[in-house]
Design a protein around this ligand. Structure first.
Ligand code: ADP
Ligand code: MG
Length: 665
């Protein structure tokens, strides 16, 4: 298929911006579904209520007056003659429209109506004369600085015209017919330009089914492959050495940990291939369980690879491993994207000749260049962060390692069965002893003084604090200013008595590591961060977390974030700051049980972000929503199974394409 840059109208600048929105191919663009629709049915101002959202046509009566404020902000006012009389219009930060708002021309204004003042504060002004227009709904897309809704919409129309017939339809013909679904091009056309709400809903179902079908096909395929290649490695494990190793740990394993270790060791000894998901709430102690598994694998004579979703986490695991295995001959190395070429080559060499027993890293571990001497076990931390396709990666390189996935985001059972149905499950429900509950408070921005007071108490007690900064579009520069602003505010509050620093996703890996190291060493007292610390980071002296704009997170993500504190024996606190959505957030005050929270999240938000934030791998659906579309999921599951197992379709190009997409990922 053609490339994104071949779409008419997409120049180099737009290309960069589209990439920022994670649109990298024509297909991505066409499947960049609207997140909502603007209803363009005209309002009757005479009947509109105070603060009502209105859409109104009118003729511009006065030329706009522009006011500029500091920090580049501006506002324009003009008068508009409408069917129900003259109304004032204000619009912020559109100075560039000034010369286009010509007296006498007809425009459509969309915004909020202040009836008392007879002014509409416009969110949008449409310059073309739409007064006779039949468009009833308009798609709204997530944007980034420099790209407008209209741009996206134009690009999509163009791409549809040029390449609409080439887009792959992941629904086999049989099921298209069975359900009477329209073809892909028609469906795409309608989802981006729906004539009516009903039509949009109907088409949305078709697109959801398609997405779920191809998702479930992959899962079913993996399940089948696993069954076929069930022959794995079996090793003799020196139980005595394992026992001694466990005794050397600074704590006693919880009963759940003991049970899970037993399950895993049995898997490692058995000739069947392990394919196990270890679920456990944040702080339940999954890491050490995986270390024991890797030790057993080492004793059995094989190499292990531990894969983490972020570099910070990989480094932390590496440091931990070094510490835990310091009295053993186990040779541990780190492999991440930020190593120099020379360093990488060294690791490659030692992996291939078998000098390295355990390698820790990011997905650098599964790159083409990496060859293992005798890989026996792969552990994936925070599994939900990786895509379904990645599950299979090493197998495709000819390795048959046992696999242990770890995930801190519990999924309600029914969904787990549908989605992880190909795996065995182990669960850590019990928290390690001596853990204090985390006390959680929901506060509004007005109560910030109380929060600063609480922070001061913690700091005086010698503890450290995480602050999660508001607005975290990590790919956007503008947001770094917010983090910096917050730092200045904190500096103002805490003077020079305490060291405050920032960590964010845009920093070079080296710089991040340095900051993390200083935080671990207690040299930084307040660490202001975007969500890069979300997973796994473990600093037990950090006893407080303050999360700004908490409303923008799902409960499960908040729970993950909160899990960064409460890691030692001291009471830890978490403050969620938000002026809205407090009812939902209060769930967090009531419970520390990640399983309960995930159920609650699911009830409240459907797909919630049970599966992590934006980057989530496995479950990042474009349009489907697991809760609302559960029936469709089951249907897709059944159909895709049938399709996969139907030998008559083995030569089907679509089937080959689906399989290829799993294998080549
Ligand atoms: P997670 O399941 O979130 O990955 P970790 O494995 O990071 O949790 O464990 C959290 C902390 O608890 C770590 O500091 C770890 O050393 C500690 N820990 C793990 N198991 C136990 C235990 N049985 N008793 C006491 N502390 C434990
Ligand atoms: Mg962990």
């Amino acid at each position: 298929m053609a490339e994104l840059k071949d779409v008419k109208g997409i120049g180099p600048r737009s290309l960069i911006l589209l990439n920022k929105l994670n649109i990298n191919t024509v297909e991505d663009l066409l499947m960049y579904y609207p997140f909502r629709y603007e209803k363009l049915e005209r309002s009757n101002l005479a009947e509109a209520l105070q603060d009502q959202h209105v859409v109104i046509d009118g003729k511009i009566e006065s030329s706009p007056i522009l006011m500029r404020f500091k920090a580049g902000l501006n506002k324009m006012n003009f008068r508009l003659v409408t069917k129900s009389g003259v109304v004032g219009v204000s619009i912020f930060n559109r100075a560039f429209l000034k010369n286009k708002l010509i007296v006498g021309s007809t425009v459509t204004v969309i915004g909020k109506f202040d009836k008392a003042k007879n002014v509409i504060t416009a969110s949008e002004i449409k310059l073309e004369d739409l007064s006779n227009n039949k468009v009833k709904m308009e798609a709204r897309y997530h944007l980034t600085n420099g790209i407008t809704n209209k741009n996206i919409s134009t690009f999509i129309s163009m791409a549809l015209a040029q390449y609409g017939n080439d887009v792959i339809d992941y629904i086999p013909k049989k099921y298209l017919d069975k359900y009477g679904y329209s073809n892909k091009k028609t469906a795409l056309n309608i989802i981006h330009n729906p004539p009516t709400e009903e039509k949009k809903d109907e088409i949305a179902d078709r697109l959801k089914y398609e997405e779920l079908f191809s998702f479930m096909f992959k899962i079913n395929y993996l399940k089948r492959e696993h069954k076929l290649s069930n022959k794995g490695l079996s090793r003799k494990i020196d139980q005595q050495k394992i026992k001694k190793f466990i005794e050397s740990l600074p704590f006693e394993l919880t009963n759940d940990q003991k049970k899970v270790v037993k399950e895993i060791l049995a898997d490692l000894e058995s000739p069947a291939r392990m394919n196990r998901l270890l679920q456990g709430d944040v702080g339940s102690g999954k890491t050490i369980v995986s270390f024991i598994a890797m030790y057993a694998n080492y004793l059995g004579g094989y190499q292990s690879a531990l894969m983490a979703p972020t570099e910070i986490l990989a480094v932390q695991h590496y440091d931990n491993l070094k510490e835990v295995f310091k009295d053993t001959p186990v040779n541990i190395e780190l492999l991440t994207g930020s190593l120099t070429k020379q360093e990488k080559n060294n690791v490659y060499k030692e992996l291939e000749n078998g000098e390295i027993n355990i390698v820790v890293g990011t997905h650098a571990l599964i790159q083409k260049e990496v060859k293992y001497n005798n890989l026996g076990l792969v552990v994936t931390d925070e599994q939900h962060r990786f895509g379904v396709n990645q599950r299979n990666n090493l197998q495709n390189k000819g390795y048959r390692p046992d696999i242990l996935y770890m995930s801190a985001t519990p999924i309600p059972r029914t969904y787990a069965l549908a989605i992880y149905g190909d795996m065995d499950m182990s669960i850590l429900r019990e928290k390690p002893k001596g853990r204090q509950e985390i006390k959680t408070y929901v506060k509004t921005n007005k109560e910030i003084k109380d929060v600063l007071g609480m922070m001061l108490d913690e700091l005086k007690a010698g503890h450290q604090i995480y602050v999660i900064a508001p607005l975290i579009e990590e790919s956007d520069k503008s947001d770094l200013t917010d983090v910096n602003k917050l730092k200045d505010q904190m500096k103002l509050a805490f003077k020079d008595y305490f060291k405050i620093d920032i960590i964010h996703g845009k920093m070079a890996a080296g710089a991040k590591d340095l900051i993390m190291k200083e935080f671990v060493q207690g040299k930084i007292h307040i660490l202001i961060s975007t969500t890069v610390i979300e997973v796994g980071v473990d600093v037990s002296n950090a006893t407080m977390m303050v999360i700004f704009d908490a409303n923008r997170f799902g409960l499960s993500t908040l729970h993950q974030l909160r899990g960064r504190v409460g890691r030692g024996s001291e009471l830890s606190r978490c403050v969620l700051i938000s002026d809205i959505d407090t009812k939902r957030l209060k769930v967090m005050e009531k419970t520390n049980d990640g399983f309960l929270i995930s159920e609650e999240d699911f009830k409240l938000r459907g797909h919630g972000d049970i599966f992590g934030t934006k980057q989530s791998g496995d479950m990042s659906f474009r349009i489907a929503n697991l809760k609302d579309d559960y029936k469709l999921l089951l249907q897709a599951k059944k159909d895709s199974e049938e399709y996969l197992n139907d030998k008559n379709t083995d030569e089907d190009p679509l089937k080959k394409e689906l399989i290829k997409s799993i294998i080549s990922a």
